[in-house]
Design a protein around this ligand. Structure first.
Ligand code: ATP
Ligand code: MG
Length: 409
């Protein structure tokens, strides 16, 4: 009897040549993790696809929905898996077309990935097409622009038949591109930026600078909620939290008002880079978009970038707010970011921030406080929460060298 399965189609991994199996292995383990609370028997590789076998046929829809959010998944099809028996795969085709909802026209698209089957694709199209025409006499075949396509894939030993297929998030499996440290505020932009880099295969380690002890810790909880919202994608390894309020206060006492934000940002970048080096992460990520606020001008971006020596990715640099908000809504991070929480961004803000900082003035301000000592002090007070949704994340042992408690909060 035909069994219900989910077929995972990938696109870019298929182009990876010799590295393909490494990418496939990442995707298999990421899918197993993402689906572990659902009735899934296994995730296995099968000719050009991944196959999710289910322990409960009814679970196909929730399993497909969860799989769609995993980076590397281009499409998910809910299919019937049957033996190479004409009667059985024709029955399966009738069943899947019957489940396809409202339609007027259809076509059959048969493929044979093993030439050891006696019918070739055109013959298969004809055979299945004629059975469907008989079963659905009021529907028409349209080979150019059909409402529904019934796919019949003959592989080694089996046949997959499906009509329902949905696009996934695409990208590459998390873990295949190494690690990045992502500066996560509780605003709209940085969760989206983090997700975009995660979708390209990077394990993301968000770092949040909270206003504690000068503000409450609400923004830290919002960051944990954001981490939870991004959990289905499996991109987050661990969230770092830096209580930044006291250092901000000290900086605000000694530097010219207009340069405060740049000084805070330089501190954030310097600390993020240190965490990145401990983690073996190779780049930083921010949610900046050109000209959006005072600190995001070309001069100010350069004045901040120069404190670090690793690449800083800004995937949203050319995006408009509206596009970012649309993406945040789709990811489920939008509502969380609507909650206002004071973080370090609202603390000790100048009335008129510099928009075009001069680098000599930036250097003079930077030397007005003992930034090296502050960085060490902040690193020693860093805290973290593990996400447990990213199977390829390995925490660094080196954390022990500066971290007092080591355990999650
Ligand atoms: P977001 O919506 O991400 O908060 P924003 O438009 O509010 O961005 P800024 O506040 O200027 O812009 O922040 C620019 C970027 O700097 C953020 O996208 C984020 O990457 C980083 N950042 C800002 N505040 C913090 C913070 N408190 N902790 C960690 N990173 C931060
Ligand atoms: Mg912000």
């Amino acid at each position: 009897m035909a069994k219900r399965v989910c077929l995972i189609h990938y696109h870019e991994i298929g182009l990876k040549g010799k590295n393909r199996s490494t990418f496939e292995n990442f995707l298999v383990s990421n899918l197993r993790r993402a689906l572990r609370d659902l009735p899934v028997k296994d995730v296995t590789r099968t000719s050009g696809h991944l196959l999710i076998s289910l322990s409960d046929d009814e679970a196909a829809i929730p399993v497909a929905q969860a799989a769609l959010q995993v980076p590397g998944v281009a499409r998910v099809s809910i299919a019937l898996l049957c033996p190479r028996d004409e009667q059985q795969f024709c029955d399966a085709a009738v069943k899947v077309l019957g489940e396809a909802g409202e339609f007027k026209t259809f076509k059959v698209h048969a493929r044979r990935s093993n030439t050891d089957y006696h019918l070739h694709s055109l013959e298969l199209n004809r055979l299945v097409g004629s059975v469907l025409c008989e079963a659905f006499p009021d529907k028409r075949v349209d080979v150019h622009n059909p409402d529904v396509t019934v796919y019949v894939n003959v592989v080694q030993g089996d046949v997959y038949v499906y009509a329902a297929s949905q696009p996934g998030v695409g990208g590459l499996p998390v873990g295949s591109a190494g690690k990045v440290v992502s500066l996560l505020s509780s605003g709209f932009d940085s969760p989206v930026a983090t997700w975009m880099v995660g979708r390209r295969g990077a394990i993301c380690l968000p770092i949040h600078f909270s206003g504690r002890p000068m503000t409450a810790d609400t923004s830290e909880y919002l960051c944990q909620d954001l981490m939870q919202a991004l959990r289905p994608s499996g991109i987050i390894g661990r969230l770092y939290v830096v209580p930044f309020g006291e250092v901000q206060r000290q900086i605000s006492l000694v530097v010219p008002q207009s340069l405060r934000i740049i000084m805070y940002r330089r501190m954030m970048f310097a600390i993020a880079e240190r965490v990145a080096r401990l983690e073996g992460a190779k780049a930083l990520v921010t949610g900046e978009s050109l000209g959006q606020v005072a600190s995001q001008t070309l001069e100010n971006i350069a004045a901040v970038d120069e404190v670090v020596s690793m690449p800083v990715f800004r995937p949203l640099i050319g995006s408009d707010k509206q596009e970012i908000i649309e993406r945040a809504k789709a990811l489920g991070t939008y509502d969380i970011c609507c909650e206002t929480a004071p973080d370090c961004c609202t603390l000790f803000m100048p009335r008129r921030p510099e928009t075009h900082a001069r680098i000599d003035q930036v250097h003079a301000a930077w030397d007005l406080f003992d930034h090296d000592a502050m960085i060490e002090e902040l690193l020693a007070s860093i805290e973290y929460v593990d996400a447990e949704g990213c199977p390829s994340y390995r925490p660094p042992k080196e954390l022990k060298t500066f971290h007092k408690t080591l355990g999650p909060r």
